[in-house]
Design a binder for this molecule. Structure first.
Ligand code: ASP
Length: 436
């Protein structure tokens, strides 16, 4: 499966690049952000030849994403309820919760530290010319404060939360409570509810399995769309910065997390990588941990051998709160901008400020939703807290897609490693795949 997906990606890059090179697509528009601060906007004209060529790919990509999105809420709800209701009493629940949170926090902090070290070492923000190209639809600043995030976790109306794709954290909070209290009520109610959710979950997983077969096609179309729409030229001015981010993310993904897998749980990192690779490739091409969640659950349980009881607790929660790649990027991105402002003389990047950034990067990664560019939107909260203009984040938006693809892959990789480590410590037979 992963060879097929890898080929689909390569082919997608090729086709996307050809379309990008040989079709005419964009016109430029100048947008005034505020007095004396203008940006050039590159717009994909819907009547252009590129838009016409891209249309079928966009359609397949959208269809694929819709299929995955369709599965998120029912799968998360049934998976968490089944898993949590199956955990005997409050004690096991507490132990699992404590281990999981410890993993989330430690790995995110590790990631931030790696980023902090590299961004200070290489100083990519000093003397850089920021490209003044901002794609449309950027609306940061609304409800991104840390108090807002906390308040948003508890749903006022569960049906409203279930019906909106952005409120996954609310669905998770409700599902955790529902599962917990199913385990507490008297029979026959507890068993009836468990049976109901278990059967529902089995059907959803069967559906997810068949959608999984479409991954190569979906991934191909998505990559053509992304490369065809943006191309590569926008990235040139910030190539050094992007390379630095990529190296930091890579270090976390291929050194830190594999070491944890190997020495904490005794699991072969390579074998685990192979088991979850469909999820990683989906994460890479969709830039969304939430949309990837159905694939992650499938891969970790069926191919990786983690029991539903554990994966259903770790993965949905991880997809929304454990984002190592995002945490790293919050830190690197903000410090990069701070370096830029410091080199133009407007800002002093002191040590306490760096520590403040580490802490807020962690919080921002918890608060970021598992959707494309969510990390960048959250970055505006840190910039505001530092008293810096949020335009910096807008400028980074122009180059965000490839970085988002990488950090989302790291986010999902970390979630899957967490599931493996926790599963192993609780007695699951890791890498002995379960039958359907
Ligand atoms: N796209 C990332 C994710 O879904 C979040 C981010 O923008 O960093 O995991």
């Amino acid at each position: 499966m992963h060879t097929k997906i890898a080929w689909a990606m390569l082919l997608g890059v090729g086709v996307g690049w050809v379309l990008q090179e040989f079709t005419i697509a964009t016109y430029s528009e100048t947008l005034s952000l505020k007095a004396g601060h203008e940006v050039t906007l590159s717009v994909l004209d819907s009547t252009s030849s590129r838009a016409t060529w891209l249309a079928p790919f966009v359609m397949v990509a959208t269809l694929f994403m819709s299929l995955l999105k369709m599965l998120i809420v029912p799968l998360v709800l049934s998976s968490i309820v089944t898993g949590v209701a199956g955990i005997a009493g409050g004690k096991e629940f507490g132990r699992l919760g404590a281990k999981t949170l410890l993993y989330y926090m430690l790995t995110s902090l590790f990631a931030i530290m790696t980023g902090l070290f590299l961004v200070n070492l290489t100083q990519p923000g000093i003397g850089v010319t920021l490209p003044l190209v901002v794609p449309e639809n950027f609306a940061p600043g609304e409800g991104t404060s840390f108090a807002d995030i906390l308040l948003r976790m508890v749903p006022q109306n569960i049906f409203e939360a279930l019906s909106s794709n952005g409120n996954l954290l609310q669905v998770i909070v409700f599902a955790l409570m529902l599962g917990f209290f199913i385990g507490k009520v008297a029979e026959p109610h507890a068993q009836r509810m468990k049976d109901l959710f278990q059967s529902f979950f089995a059907v959803m997983m069967a559906l997810a399995s068949s959608v999984l077969k479409l991954i190569p096609f979906g991934v191909f179309a998505l990559v053509v769309k992304v490369v065809g729409e943006t191309g590569f030229s926008a990235f040139k001015p910030l190539l050094f910065y992007m390379g630095m981010v990529a190296v930091a993310l890579l270090f976390h993904a291929v050194v830190v997390l594999p070491l944890l897998l190997k020495f904490v749980a005794g699991i072969s990192p390579w074998a685990w990588f192979r088991a979850v690779s469909p999820a990683l490739m989906t994460a890479f091409s969709t830039s969304s941990s939430s949309i990837t969640l159905p694939v992650t659950l499938e891969a970790v349980e069926r191919r990786g051998g983690v029991s539903n009881k554990h994966s259903s607790f770790v993965l949905p929660l991880g997809a929304t709160v454990n984002m190592d790649g995002t945490a790293l990027y919050e830190c690197v991105g903000v410090i990069f901008l701070c370096q830029y402002y410091a080199s133009t003389g407007d800002f002093d990047l002191t040590l306490p400020k760096q520590l403040f950034i580490v802490l807020t990067a962690l919080l921002a990664s918890v608060g970021a939703a598992g959707i494309p560019s969510a990390g960048l939107i959250m970055m505006t909260a840190i910039l505001t807290a530092l008293g810096l203009p949020i335009e910096g984040a807008m400028l980074l938006l122009a180059i965000d897609r490839p970085l988002d693809m990488l950090r989302t892959t790291v986010n999902v990789w970390s979630d899957s490693c967490c599931a493996a480590i926790i599963g192993k410590s609780e007695g699951d037979r890791i890498l002995s795949p379960q039958a359907a």
